[in-house]
Design a protein around this ligand. Sequence first.
Ligand SMILES: Nc1ncnc2c1ncn2[C@@H]1O[C@H](COP(=O)(O)OP(=O)(O)OP(=O)(O)O)[C@@H](O)[C@H]1O
Length: 304
Amino acid sequence: MNDNYIIKTTGLEHRHTKGVKTLTDINLAVKKGEIYGFLGPNGAGKTTTLRLLLGLSKLQTGKIEIFGQEFGTNRIEILKKIGSLIETPSLYGHLRANENLEVYRELYGASKARLTEVLKIVGLDKTGSKKVKQFSLGMKQRLSVALALLPNPELLILDEPANGLDPTGIIELRELVKKLNKEEGMTILMSSHQLSEIEKMVSHVGIISKGEIIFQGSLHALGQLQKKQSSVLIHTSDDQLAMDVLKAYTPEYIGHAISIAYQDEQEIAKMSRALHEKQLDIYLLHPQQNNLEQLFMDLTTQHA
Ligand SMILES: Nc1ncnc2c1ncn2[C@@H]1O[C@H](COP(=O)(O)OP(=O)(O)OP(=O)(O)O)[C@@H](O)[C@H]1O
């Protein structure tokens, strides 16, 4: 197996109840150093997949390899190197940030120095005597991440960490995730049901819909796919003739204008030149770029 893979699953399938498949042929590939966004609408199967990766649900079909080792037979060794936040951990509202971490410190076999360190990493080292119940949701979330960081993991798995956070909380989370990745060299797998929440922090994306992966690749590749789906709206002094002039681009008349799918801007320039050559006046030439969110919607609905 390629050592670069931190997580590799092959043909994962899962049934919660007899007959109903929750996951079908999940082949996740997360490489060292990636911030991998695991995206999908509610109920798509993200949590089920993450629970399998952490051994919280029993593997039924398929293979899981983490850090290049088969999960089932190297479970303890592997889990020692993973930090996770999968269900909201119980934080004690009447305790301070450091006191909350102290509760778990020994359990994780972490040193006092590590406790101080993780508080600093998540930016909660100056909260003094403030009790956790007075924390914002974003601060609580960062404290939960601090808990996951206590054992100094190589891989961090976060299930919907942006859930319920306001824009400021999301920015704080983004900064933290990027810092962990860059400064601590951590590989991060995080799930979300909203692309906009994570597109500014992830390097790679896996999109799951109805228990199946429908896209996996770099954020750049997703962007390229988005470009392919872009279209330009054109309205001229004679749309009938324009349709004919542009027939090589498979134009579609949509009532008030012509819509044409394009891949790069050069094509728009060519279309414009062809119309001018036929003395057509261009009243409207409007490229419409689907944003990634739209693409995500497209990707999940097309699959239905
Ligand atoms: N313990 C369970 N028993 C039966 N069905 C379950 C169980 N856990 C999850 N499911 C079902 O499996 C499907 C996938 O759920 P899962 O929680 O993995 O989705 P998700 O993508 O994480 O969505 P969400 O963000 O809503 O948790 C859903 O249809 C859900 O109802």
